[in-house]
Structures are given as C-alpha cells and as structure tokens.
Ligand binder design. Structure first.
Ligand SMILES: [Zn+2]
Length: 362
C-alpha cells in the first residue's frame, strides 16, 4: 500500500481494509465491507491502532497496513521459516508462545521469525522425531498442538521436561547413547589415587566395558572422546547434541580429602528451580544397580547444575561409581573383573531406562 487510505476514500483498497478488520473480529456495522471509508471504518481503524500499539490517527498508512496484514495470519495459514526479510505476523507470535511454553526458547514473542526461532523450531523437531528442517509447516504445528495439549492437562505450573520428550517419537529406532569417559590422558588425568591409578584411565575402561555390554543388547553406542584426547567440557555436550543420542552418560570417579570416603553416586540436572525428571529416573535406575549389584556404599542420587548435564539436550546422567581417593576402592578399580562388574551394573541401569522410555507414550 503506497499511499495513505483515509476517511472519504473509496475503492478496492478500502474493501480490503474493511475485510481484514472484520476477519479480526471488529464490527463495521451495517455498511460492512462496502468500500466506503466512512465514520464507522475510521473509528474501527482507530480501535485497531490502539489495540496494536500504533499511533492512533484513523488513517491507514504503511505501518497500519502492515500491522493489518500481520494480524490476520493464524498459525497454520502458511509455512513459517527463517528467511530474509523475516516473516512477521500473529502466527509467528503464536508459534513462539507455543515453543516457549514447552521449553524451547525463542528469545522473545515479538512475532518476527528470527534466527533464535529457527533454532527453537529445529530443536523442537529433533525432540519429536521430525526432520529438523526449521520449517514450521503442518506436521510441526500438529506436533506442537498435540504436545501443548498433553502439557496443559497437567498442572498449570508444570514445567515440561524437554529432556523427557526427547525420547518420544523415535518409534522402533534403536536406542543410541553417548558414553563420556571423564577427563583424558595425557593432559587431564583427573583425580589420581595413592597408587597412581588415574581417573581418566579407569573411566575409559568402564566406558569400554559398558559399550561392549550395551552393544550386545542392541544399543547404539558412541563415545564423546578418543582414548588419548583431552576435550573441553563444552565440546562433549556439543558432540552429544550433534549425535542426537537418547542418553548421555558421563563417567567419573569421586575423590575426597577424606580417605575413608567411599561409595557410588549418580547426578542428574537440577538448577534448584527445575530438574530433569527423566534424568532423575535414569540416575536412580543406575544407582540402584550399583548399590544392589556391588553392595557399594550408597552416596545417593543428587541433582546438580554441572555443565555437561545443563548443556546437553537429552537425558543426561553423571555416574561416579567409586572414590579413587579411597585406597580400598582404588585397589578394586585396578582389577579387570571389578571394572567388568561395575560396567555390568551401569549398563543394566541404562538398558532399563531406555526400555522404559521406549514404552512411555507422550
Ligand atoms: Zn572427574
């Protein structure tokens, strides 16, 4: 619309404006879309401008026209995606509100499809098993609506666990996990025991054991690092996100100045306000196997805001099956058969979690 349409104008453009106002729920009275910009139309344009935070003048200039166009889009009217110039409209705003309510953050709900919205759409698609193409078309919007419904039937204050939805929609696909052996020789040995055993080498051996056992059970296993590789913590979570695994299991050993400290612990993500339900469940399943199977001291399951737990998109658990600072436990960790027993217990917990996730329907 190049020129301003105002009171006493007539014609097709006036009809267009009137139709849009009616579609938005405004009442133009008897005259309706008659193509005459009269008193009633002017009053209605003013009401629209007021509602949308525009300068209230009663005439339709470029700004008001654009707002009329944007306001008339409803989610599902068109495919939404990231492009230049950015798509704008009430449908984009609705999409952003839905994504945010499910925990996929779009930065704002301004109704402009920017890069953050693109990322949130892709993340959502990955989580529900759709191709992550960033296009909010029919399938994606359907998935969004059905998930929103599932969430809204819960508590008004329920925070959806996006780590939980990660596992749905995979159907019969093989479960895939990432094992993250802590630290990495030669640069980062982790904690070192009194006899010189390093946390890095023990974690590596446990990871090898878990991989063998889990692969035998049909689970696809990838590692976060090579045997002799030191990678920053952030890179580990990035790799897990890239591999789109169902579960990330980080393996460490505990260490304490108190040489008597012993036992096993599992951690899941919690920041004090929110915690991962799926992570907590997985942590408990693994912890139970370690305590039952190995008769280890139960140092319990804890919610922690560790970076590897926070930055991963999927369910994530950090397991610390023993204290390398405890001489008795260090001796045990030096034996191949003990490593095998630990690996079996952890794998059993992991397998149970994956099995339960497959059966849960959202
Ligand atoms: Zn460590």
């Amino acid at each position: 619309m190049e020129q301003t349409i105002k009171k006493n104008d007539r014609g097709e453009e006036v009809v267009d404006i009137q139709r849009r106002l009616i579609a938005l729920g405004f009442d133009l009275g008897k005259s309706a879309a008659d193509g005459v910009f009269g008193e009633q139309t002017e009053t209605t344009v003013k009401a629209f401008q007021q509602k949308r935070g525009l300068t209230v003048g009663g005439a339709v200039g470029e700004e008001t026209w654009e707002e009329l166009v944007e306001a008339s889009y409803q989610l599902g009217d068109r495919a939404l995606y990231y492009r230049y110039p950015s798509l704008r409209g009430d449908d984009v705003r609705e999409l952003q509100m839905s994504l945010n309510s499910l925990g996929f953050h779009t930065q704002d709900e301004a109704g402009v499809f920017e890069q953050e919205t693109d990322q949130a759409v892709r993340e959502f698609q990955r989580n529900v098993g759709l191709p992550p193409d960033g296009i909010a078309g029919e399938e994606t919007i359907d998935a969004l609506n059905s998930l929103k419904k599932a969430v809204s039937t819960g508590s008004r204050f329920a925070v959806p666990d996006k780590r939980y939805i990660c596992n749905s929609g995979r159907g019969d696909r093989r479960s895939k996990i990432m094992l993250d052996p802590g630290h990495g020789l030669p640069e980062d040995p982790g904690a070192v025991g009194a006899f010189g055993l390093t946390e890095a080498e023990v974690c590596w051996r446990i990871a090898l054991g878990c991989r063998r056992i889990l692969e035998q059970r049909g689970v696809e296993v990838v590692f976060s690092r090579e045997e002799s590789e030191t990678i920053p913590e952030g890179e580990r979570s990035q790799r897990a996100n890239r591999e789109e695994v169902d579960l990330l299991l980080s393996i460490h050993l505990n260490s304490s100045r108190d040489m008597q400290a012993e036992g096993a612990t599992c951690f899941y993500f919690s920041n004090g306000r929110w915690y991962s339900k799926a992570g907590k469940k997985a942590a408990h399943l693994i912890q139970d196997e370690l305590i039952r199977g190995l008769a280890l001291v139960d140092c319990r399951v804890h919610g922690m805001n560790y970076s590897i737990l926070r930055k991963t998109r999927m369910t994530a658990v950090q397991v610390e099956p023993a204290f390398i600072s405890n001489v008795k436990e260090e001796r045990l960790l030096g034996s191949g058969s003990y490593i095998e027993t630990i690996s079996r217990a952890i794998s059993q917990g992991v397998a149970r979690f994956l099995e339960m996730e497959k059966q849960s329907i959202i």
